[in-house]
Design a protein around this ligand. Structure first.
Ligand SMILES: [Zn+2]
Length: 313
């Protein structure tokens, strides 16, 4: 017997028993000779990471998991270095709002305004994400390095996020799309499965392609059932587009990652303005500032706050 002191440095990492070692990724694909574009992802680990970071209740985990999965699939499609997409949902329901930001390298971060929402299941016995979000707006901000970011905004249709994004693509980008998203919880409220797909018709799509795709989509199961049966993102797309000349073009690993820094937090503090900063200084003690996205905190002394005050407007 060894008397060395050992620690488990992989605490919290679980391996999915049914699929072996599990990692999160997005696939990008085309079908019908490029008339169809498709994305699919599995995001279980990063949604669980987000749940642990923010201590979200199941409805909130499902909502932010769906939004982060969407942001990742839309993010990998952005052109240009350091491009970033931010999806924001603001609603009248108890969650109030949620935000997910992804870059085109597969990094995503997200948070929920009120992470502790509890509601009874909806009519179909599922987590009532639509009820928790309520009526409101979905905004999409794409920053691809141009002077002005692209901003699109639509009214929420159901608050379930997939339908709202489908509506956004139709109204704001004029792209007929089908969006499927799902987050399934374990009994202990950890994340069992998460992921989704986006399938889009290009402008030249023929009636034949459209009706074939519609017939296929009418017959599919929910994303959570597909994932829970052990289907990979590739297999989900094969299931939907397998007889339409599906070509998988990219496999992009994705992760929950926040790129906050002391410098970024300082800039955010400066942008609060002199009035807010003055109140913090008058408090007379060091202030802990938490990052919304990852809960990391940065401590600022009164002298440091005074410096930021001098730079603020
Ligand atoms: Zn952060």
């Amino acid at each position: 017997m060894s008397d060395k002191i050992r620690v488990n440095t992989s605490a919290g990492e679980e391996v999915n028993a049914s699929t072996g070692t599990y990692h999160d990724y997005v696939v990008r694909a085309t079908a019908s000779n490029g008339l169809i574009r498709a994305f699919a992802c599995t995001t279980r680990n990063l949604v669980e990471e987000c749940r642990k970071t923010h201590n979200t209740f199941p409805i909130c985990t499902a909502a932010i998991g769906r939004l982060m999965s969407s942001a990742l699939m839309m993010g990998v499609d952005l052109k240009g270095a350091r491009s970033v997409i931010t999806l924001t949902v603001k609603g009248e329901g108890p969650i109030k709002g949620l935000t997910a930001t992804a870059d085109n390298l597969g990094n995503v971060k997200g948070f929920v305004s009120n992470p502790n929402v509890l509601l009874p299941p909806n009519e179909s016995g599922h987590l009532n994400v639509g009820g928790a979000i309520g009526q409101g707006k979905l905004s999409v901000i794409k920053d691809i390095g141009l002077r002005e970011p692209y901003i699109g905004s639509v009214d929420l249709q159901t608050g379930e996020i997939a339908e709202d994004l489908t509506y956004y693509f139709a109204v704001s980008e004029q792209i007929p799309s089908s969006v499927g998203l799902g987050v399934l919880m374990n009994k202990n409220n950890t994340v069992k499965q998460a992921g989704g797909f986006i399938i889009q018709l290009m402008p030249d799509a023929t009636e034949d392609v459209i009706s074939k795709l519609e017939a296929k989509l009418n017959g599919i199961k929910s994303v959570t059932s597909m994932l829970d049966e052990g289907m990979t993102p590739e297999e989900m797309l094969h299931f939907i587009l397998g007889d339409m000349d599906l070509e998988i073009n990219d496999h992009i690993p994705v992760q929950f990652h926040c790129n906050c820094s002391r410098d970024k937090v300082s800039k955010a503090l400066i942008s609060l303005g002199k009035k807010e900063l003055k109140q913090l200084i008058e408090d007379g003690k060091p202030q802990d500032v938490f990052c919304d996205y990852c809960e990391k905190h940065y401590s600022f002394s009164t002298a440091e706050l005074q410096k930021l005050y001098d730079n603020a407007k």
